[in-house]
Design a protein around this ligand. Structure first.
Ligand code: HH2
Length: 290
């Protein structure tokens, strides 16, 4: 994925990120990060605008995000906001599978499923999902073998602790070095389990067991984090934007766009966002002018 979007003779854009091969599709937004649009099938995700409510509304919302230019649609059926209670695989599957099946029938766009449960991932892949987005970094002992067998894309995200307790008192010596080392170790484990290198995408997990300073250090240090692999950054409307600016969740779009500048500068291959149209426009212009 090379960011030379300039007419002949112009300066080369600095943006460079490896393409992400998720099996059925080779994802490459040619010059800017891929945009992953968030659709939450939960009653309690932290931004109400991401929770359409009901199967039909969720399908319509996802198709709207695809129309707005989302390269990937990410369906989540368990909130992982700080303090959230765990949702078991049965409930998660009830929420997820009807929407996934309906969506698969109506779009060829890459579909991602945000789950930490291998049992849910298996059913989701059978229903046509292309990517498993695992915020636990494949803590479920069956996850890596499943992904290897199916040849789908896999996001491995870093989190310190669990959603219920992760914001109580997160601590690191050097957060960038520790997250980088942890992700590299998980990527090695995945490859040893048979997951092809090009299927992997790594994510520092902004807001997952991190203070404001930890999040800022990671956003400034993104270039180091992925070690040459595709990198995903999810900063959309998160609480560090509120901590910096005092803005309520509903008012954090400008701060979310600023975080996209950091993701772009850090060579992110994918950005996970609530506001697809605004993010696509922002990134298209940023890619053209830098
Ligand atoms: N953030 C959230 C959920 N899933 N997955 C990845 N890979 N990276 C992230 O940063 C990430 C993620 C939290 O955002 P959201 O889905 O909007 O909220 P909730 O967990 O409350 O449903």
């Amino acid at each position: 994925m090379r960011g030379d979007v300039r007419p002949e003779g112009g300066r080369k854009a600095p943006f460079f990120a490896p393409a992400w091969d998720v099996g059925r599709l080779r994802l490459d937004a040619a010059g800017r990060p891929l945009v992953m649009g968030i659709v939450n099938l939960t009653p309690d995700s932290f931004w109400a605008g991401s929770r359409p409510g009901g199967i039909e509304a969720a399908v319509a919302r996802a198709l709207q995000l695809a129309d707005e230019g989302a390269d990937i649609l990410d369906l989540g059926a368990e909130s992982t906001r700080p303090g959230a209670d765990e949702v078991g695989p049965d409930r998660e599957q009830e929420r997820l599978l009807p929407v996934l099946a309906a969506l698969r029938a109506r779009t060829g766009r890459a579909l991602s499923v945000d789950t930490r449960h291998a049992a849910t991932a298996r059913l989701a892949l059978e229903a046509g999902a292309d990517i498993i987005n695992d915020v636990s970094g494949a803590a479920d002992p069956d996850m890596l073998a499943l992904v290897a067998e199916r040849g789908c894309g896999l996001v491995l995200m870093h989190m310190q602790g669990t959603p219920r307790t992760m914001q109580h008192d997160p601590r690191y010596g050097d957060v960038v070095a520790e997250v980088t080392g942890w992700l590299a170790a998980r990527a090695r484990l995945a490859e040893e389990a048979g997951v092809a290198r090009e299927r992997l995408c790594l994510d520092p997990g902004i807001g997952f067991g991190k203070t404001l300073e930890h999040n800022l250090a990671l956003l400034r240090g993104l270039g180091a984090v992925a070690g040459g692999r595709p990198l995903l950054v999810g900063a959309s409307r998160k609480s560090f934007i509120g901590a910096l600016t005092g803005a309520a969740v509903a008012d954090r779009l400008p701060g979310s766009l600023a975080a996209l500048a950091a993701a772009f500068a850090g060579g992110a291959a994918v950005v996970r966002v609530h506001d697809v149209a605004a993010s696509v426009q922002y990134l298209d212009v940023l890619a053209a002018v830098t």
